[in-house]
Ligand binder design. Structure first.
Ligand SMILES: [Fe+2]
Length: 379
């Protein structure tokens, strides 16, 4: 985030650090069935997810022509690739011949994408460029149409698709947030590791867990709790998306410094929800994307893919040890504390013992996220 955008937020946070009071908006509630009812999940798929852009990767995932990553969580297998002309493409990972998976690795770089079944070959933009024994396939034009292409938009280091055949790309509505990603793109420039979570909980619980610092002093008392100002978060909504700023204890140092030199990244965790279900976190020196995918029919099941991106630089024993420790803290905190608690919450909500969840005035980002969902549901 640029200094001029960060200054008013930092001033607000410093005021609250000084008084020890949280930044409060208003208390809200959400009915418990929204986390457990299959009909409600079906409505969310129709109103919240269908036709919506979803983050498929970052520009740094496909740094050069021929670079690709494969994605298997959208109900149709996808390839995100960089064409010879430098453009990003999203392709159905389905061979035009007999439907086999063309690329089977998670990521790589190839001049030609060659199906392992009969060696039909495609350029990185999906054009069919070769096949053995073409005489036997008089209907197949080469070069000609190859893998089916889906809508794609690459902006500010982010790449979105609409993971549906024939869908068009709506406006991304990133608003002033777009500038944040541009400015911060230099932080996460090397993909470091991917981790998949298969979770027994509703997709919203996964997003919810990132949206307040009220729990830090309790659930995270032995991990990240001591790093953050307890019970203090600032949140704003931009279109359907939102940005939350969680202040680190070091933010107090800024009170004595020239505001023109303030760097919010050093003194916060910045949490963005790219609506509906991607959480993008800037954690001082690295970026995490949490791509959350609800089950097609079961409201109590979710797949989440975590990608961890680190700054470019020499890969040394000490740099890798540093990222390994960062990774461990992330996993220890989110998997073993947040998601463990959320799995318990899903069981609690499914028990029928609670009619509604309550979001405190001190949990403003939660209220904004659920407002966005309600807006989509009622559209
Ligand atoms: Fe947490």
């Amino acid at each position: 985030m640029r200094n001029e955008a960060a200054q008013p937020i930092i001033r607000t946070l410093l005021d609250h650090v000084a008084t020890g009071e949280p930044w409060r908006t208003t208390e809200t509630t959400v009915p418990a069935y929204e986390y457990t009812d299959p009909d409600h999940l079906a409505l969310e798929h129709e109103k919240v997810f269908k036709g919506q852009p979803q983050l498929i990767g970052l520009s740094v995932d496909i740094p050069e022509p021929g670079s690709y990553v494969t994605r298997d969580q959208f109900g149709l297998p996808l390839i995100l690739s960089r064409g010879d002309d430098g453009q990003a493409h999203v392709l159905a990972n389905v061979c035009a011949h007999r439907g086999a998976e063309v690329l089977t690795a998670q990521r790589g770089c190839e001049r030609r994408f060659t199906c392992p079944y009969h060696a039909w070959a495609y350029s990185p933009d999906g054009t069919h460029v070769g096949l053995p024994d073409p005489t036997s396939f008089p209907s197949v034009a080469v070069p000609g149409p190859g893998m089916v292409e889906l809508a794609v938009a690459e902006e500010n280091g982010l790449i979105f698709t609409v993971p549906e055949l024939g869908a068009t790309m709506p406006d991304l509505q990133l608003g002033p947030m777009a500038d944040d990603f541009d400015h911060l793109a230099s932080l996460g420039t090397r993909h470091w590791r991917t981790y998949r979570f298969d979770l027994a909980m509703n997709w919203k619980l996964v997003v919810d867990t990132f949206l307040e610092g009220y729990h830090f002093a309790y659930l995270h008392k032995s991990t990240v709790g001591p790093i953050f100002v307890p019970n203090l978060g600032f949140a704003e909504r931009f279109g359907p998306h939102l940005r939350e700023v969680l202040a680190r204890r070091t933010i107090g140092e800024l009170a004595d410094q020239d505001p023109e030199t303030w760097d919010i990244v050093e003194h916060s965790a910045l949490v963005y929800v790219l609506f509906p279900a991607t959480v993008y976190v800037i954690n001082i020196d690295h970026v995490e994307t949490w791509r959350v995918h609800p089950h097609p029919t079961d409201p109590g099941l979710t797949v989440v893919d975590l990608d961890f991106y680190v700054p470019d630089g020499p890969i040394t024993e000490s740099s890798e040890r540093h990222w390994e420790l960062n990774w461990k803290l992330t996993i220890d905190t989110v998997r073993d504390e947040d998601l463990e608690a959320m799995a318990g919450a899903q069981r609690g909500l499914a028990s029928g013992a609670l009619e509604k969840l309550t979001f405190g005035a001190n949990e403003p980002a939660l209220a904004l996220f659920h407002q966005s969902i309600n807006d989509a549901l009622s559209s």
